[in-house]
Design a protein around this ligand. Structure first.
Ligand code: GTP
Ligand code: MG
Length: 213
């Protein structure tokens, strides 16, 4: 997929205040500091489009970016706040839970959620818990390993296999799994191809066609 343009649209803390749900949407979620905002900049090739930081807890709102506006197939990319940030007070963690889970549950044009996992670590319980919760809520998701430039191939393989085993304790099938680096752009084409495929399906449904197979 070619990215012709990528622009910030809005920030919100309530899914009802998000932009009109008329085009397909894909959201990035994961632990604080896992690299959600960096991955958005890498995909769009626009440094600074989504705000990044070495300090966890940078993104605090639901941020919409519109891609390929004015072209035949525009879509939204959404940057979400991270979980697992210890310094956030308990009350604001609860607020986080509420607005993120409302967004995931009720955002009608959300095609797929990208659950980001740091490739440098063995599976962390908070990631497994979150991914299992997505499944229980019937939110479509894929798993995206980040920061692969920071880990040696053998350790990467081991961490990915360990996560797969953990997921297979809860699911009969594994979701699509991607491996990415915002540093060296690994995984960019694969993620964009995936998104393109689902945008095409969405548009096909929008014009009222039905599937024959
Ligand atoms: P919050 O908004 O705080 O939840 O964080 P986030 O998940 O949006 O992470 P962000 O993109 O801000 O990145 C966190 C830190 O990790 C920054 O210092 C980035 O430069 C670094 N980082 C992100 N992705 C990569 C990557 O693929 N490779 C390397 N080496 N560093 C990365
Ligand atoms: Mg962020």
């Amino acid at each position: 997929m070619i990215i012709y343009s990528a622009e910030f649209v809005t920030s919100a803390t309530d899914y009802k205040k998000c932009p009109e749900p008329h085009i397909p949407e894909y959201a990035f979620i994961g632990r604080s500091n896992v690299g959600k905002s960096s991955l958005i900049n890498m995909l769009t090739q626009k440094k600074g489009l989504a705000k990044t930081s070495g300090t966890p807890g940078k993104t605090q709102t639901i941020n919409h970016f519109i891609l390929n506006a004015g072209k035949p197939q525009p879509w939204y990319l959404v940057d979400l706040p991270g979980y697992g940030y210890a310094k956030v007070a308990k009350t604001s963690r609860k607020t986080w839970s509420k607005f993120i889970f409302d967004y995931l549950e009720f955002r009608e044009n959300l095609i797929c959620t990208f659950a980001l996992v740091d490739a440098r670590h063995e599976p962390q319980q908070s990631d497994v818990d979150f991914i299992v919760k997505l499944g229980k809520m019937q939110v479509p998701f894929v798993v995206v390993f980040t920061k692969t430039d920071k880990v040696k191939p053998l350790a990467l393989k081991k961490n990915m296999e360990a996560m797969k085993s953990k997921l297979l304790e809860h699911y009969t099938h594994l979701p699509p799994i991607f491996s990415t680096s915002s540093e060296n752009r690994e995984g960019r084409e694969e993620l964009l191809n995936f998104i393109q495929k689902y945008c095409a399906v969405y548009n096909y449904k929008q014009v009222g066609n039905t599937f024959t197979t």
